[in-house]
Write a new protein. Sequence first.
Length: 146
Amino acid sequence: MKFLIAGLGSIGRRHLRNLKALGQQDIILYRTHQATLPDTELCDHPTFTNLEEALAEKPNGVIVSNPTALHLTVAQAAAEAGAALLIEKPISDSLIGIRDLQTRSNKPEDRSWSASIFAIIRSCRKLSALSIQTSSESIERACPLG
């Protein structure tokens, strides 16, 4: 299985260490080189500064751990490329674009997760209670409370 980690700040690096601890070796990196942390633990992995080039490597899963304001751009492109998603919390800094991501990853074989499911459940309950700009049915589909 091939993984792409987008964003190599402290959280992205933790995901990298966790994948390695689980025995995963086919890991590629997408970064802008704006992190202030040393690059020593990253040098064993192919690194891309262009998202399209990174996604052309056909990762099975993409971990989105770049700055929150950039989450949706990476997640939408990764979903379009057919990759499973793990998006760090919060999913975005805005509701704009959430519906587009939901549409792109709305097939039964698609998989998307947020790194903090309990925060998502609380947020979904609040959205359901407020019925913000959507129907309760679509909120339930996006945020199953089981």
